[in-house]
Design a protein around this ligand. Structure first.
Ligand code: NAP
Ligand code: GLV
Length: 306
């Protein structure tokens, strides 16, 4: 069995060691132009040349949950695309989003400002019933996030493409349910995959449908958000603030208006990182299952885009 590794911006050695430990008999190497076609590839943002040369490869294991960048390329016909499903990301995403919602709800920014000013200043407690949170996308990450928020007794709404029932979550689905979902939410968490249907979905029209004083948490992809529309709704006061982890251009360019906006908090695409050991274990388990002819979870449907 041959496994090739082609991941931009990723230190290869520990991945190769981990995969080799799982498959001592396999030939495992970093891809070089002109290398023979492998059985399986571990990839992140591979060059088109790699995909063009690997005609006949069985599966491409993407070392992230989102496959939007990979699906924009021309793929070897017949190659299955397999995403990471969870592999330690869901708990990180739940931490990140709960932190952002609670920080906003409990006004910890204002308490920090008071502390820095040497002021012992109470604020009137807010009611969590007034802060319904809407989670867009109820997949591997979205469902975990929605359930974690519900543990803190926030009213939680969830929106997905197909109808879903999740304990403790009020669910909506499809285009028909979208406006009702938005109208029922004051905080909006985006955990959709980036597809032609979801690009620019966070825009003036959709964000304006949130309850007044809305708060946006975008942890999916930068191209979901129309940036100028967010700025306009923050200026108008319809939105109270935003926590952003992903951007149309990454790294966020110097001088971008988000950097110094008083009501935007940002992080550098770090809400749920790929954890190497968990990911290697998951990929190795799936390769072993494929070798035995068994079905695996996490196969992407290129027509659907996720
Ligand atoms: P997933 O398991 O594929 O779930 C996607 C969810 O979105 C599903 O519930 C799906 O509905 C729903 N959906 C897709 N298209 C839709 C549409 N047009 N309308 C309504 N709902 C739609 O994805 P995941 O693992 O939860 O990850 C979500 C995204 O998070 C990834 O694609 C990636 O972009 C992002 N991400 C970001 C980071 C970070 O560090 N910032 C880390 C990991 C992932 P159905 O249930 O009906 O299919
Ligand atoms: C990170 O953004 C991922 O898709 O895993």
């Amino acid at each position: 069995m041959k496994i090739t590794f082609c991941c931009t911006d990723t230190k290869a050695e520990p991945w190769l060691q981990g995969l080799q430990a799982a498959f001592p008999q396999a030939e495992i190497a970093v891809w070089q132009p002109g290398a023979p076609v492998a059985d399986y590839a571990v990839v992140w943002a591979p060059p088109q040349q790699f995909l063009d040369e690997q005609q006949g490869i069985q599966a491409l294991f993407n070392i992230g949950a989102g496959v939007d960048a990979l699906l924009q390329r021309r793929l070897p016909p017949g190659a299955r695309v397999v995403r990471l499903d969870d592999a330690g990301m869901a708990v990180q995403m739940a931490e990140y989003v709960c932190h952002a919602v609670i920080r906003h709800f409990r006004e910890f920014d204002q308490y920090e400002a008071s502390m820095r000013a040497g002021q012992w200043a109470y604020r009137k407690p807010r009611l969590r019933q007034d802060l319904p949170v809407g989670v867009m996308g109820l997949g591997v990450l979205g469902e975990r996030v929605a359930k974690a928020l519900a543990q803190f007794d926030f009213p939680v709404n969830g929106w997905s493409r197909s109808p879903k029932a999740v304990d403790g979550i009020r669910t909506f689905s499809g285009q028909d349910g979208f406006n009702d979902f938005l109208a029922a939410s004051r905080v909006l968490v985006n955990l959709l995959p980036l597809t032609p249907e979801t690009q620019d979905i966070l825009n003036r029209d959709t964000l304006a449908r949130l309850q007044p004083g809305g708060y946006l948490i975008n942890v999916a992809r930068g191209a979901h958000l129309v940036e100028d529309d967010l700025l306009a709704l923050l200026d108008s006061g319809h939105l109270a603030g935003a926590q952003l982890d992903v951007f149309r251009t990454e790294p966020l360019p110097a001088g971008h208006p988000f950097w110094n906006h008083p009501r935007i908090t940002l992080t550098p695409h770090t809400s749920a990182r790929t954890l190497r050991d968990e990911s290697i274990a998951q990929i190795a388990g799936k390769i072993a299952a494929l070798q035995r002819g068994e079905a695996i979870a996490g196969i992407v449907d290129p027509a659907r885009g996720y």
